[in-house]
Design a binder for this molecule. Sequence first.
Ligand SMILES: *Cc1c(COP(=O)(O)O)cnc(C)c1O
Length: 375
Amino acid sequence: MSQPSITIPSSLLPADGRFGCGPSKVRPEAVAALAEAAPTFLGTSHRQAGVRSQVGRLRAGVRELFGLPEGWEVVLGNGGSTGFWDAATFGLIEQRSLHLSFGEFSSKFAAASAAAPFLGDPVVVRSEPGTHPELVADESVDLYALTHNETSTGVAMELRRPAGATARQLVAVDATSAAGGLRWDPAEVDCYYFAPQKCFASDGGLFIACCSPAAVQRIERLAASDRWIPASIDLKIALDNSRQDQTNNTPALATVFLAVHQTEWINSNGGLEWAASRCDRSAEIIYGWADKASYATPYVSDPRHRSHVVATIDLDAGIDANEVARVLRANGVVDTESYRKLGRNQLRVALFPAIDPADVEALTACIDHVVDALA
Ligand SMILES: *Cc1c(COP(=O)(O)O)cnc(C)c1O
């Protein structure tokens, strides 16, 4: 690391300088536990009891964390959330989907569905970046695709079935950056999927999908139909393997282990309500600071849509946000850059459960220091 042009006094620095939105901070305790377990865990067969018991603990821990009702299944597979979009395109959408598109991630599942030759053109409802569209029932679709937290813009939405939705219509939610940090009600959702490199403070590569009985039925019906489904993204194969506490092909064992550690850490501290309250506290700190700072403004203007897991803060034009992020990085405070394609003079800060609200507070003091020094 070269000598930074501006040195932030160590008394201001956070204890942990990782504020990225994914891969995000992995708790040192989880890494230490992995190192301790490594000799009998890493490098062992995923078909044997050692790894299968971790997969089982992950499935049980996720079930407990979200209070999943009887009949729900926790399905695991390789490919992360992006892989799941392809899996869902083949295995969860019957004929036509509707997508709320309000940023980079939500637009991608819509694109996957639009590209599938065996599906009808999706209905795509868009809104300006920094907002989210309203969900209205549409009788021509069999799946509503929502995004709990749009990581590229820092907009979160409340999950609710649209009024007038029929029992035939599924609600599928990309919860990659929300799961484990935001509240939701399984009664409003059929498939809540994510990857563990965000609130689950693990590494990437895996998808975890919580599926209602209606979603499981859809998966089974499409798998039995004459649609061709590539095996590596076949949700029925993933479901059958998950029921055996396995995955179809080899998962990253460290990813599984770290995700178990984080899930059990949250559950033992009080569960989702505890984790969401911790994120609420971090959100209150950073948005409160931005409201007060003369040079900073929360990007999302409607406070109800401001994410409590990913904060986006615009800076005044006279201050170069990229320069601020560069100075922070040179001082060991990393990944506060805004989402590149959004193209704003902005800082983006993860508020995931692993991140200590006291460190978010320290970050605001560091930003104030850097902006002062740059002026
Ligand atoms: C990070 C993210 C993704 C992509 O996850 P991968 O595991 O890298 O495919 C998808 N959706 C949202 C909302 C995300 O935040």
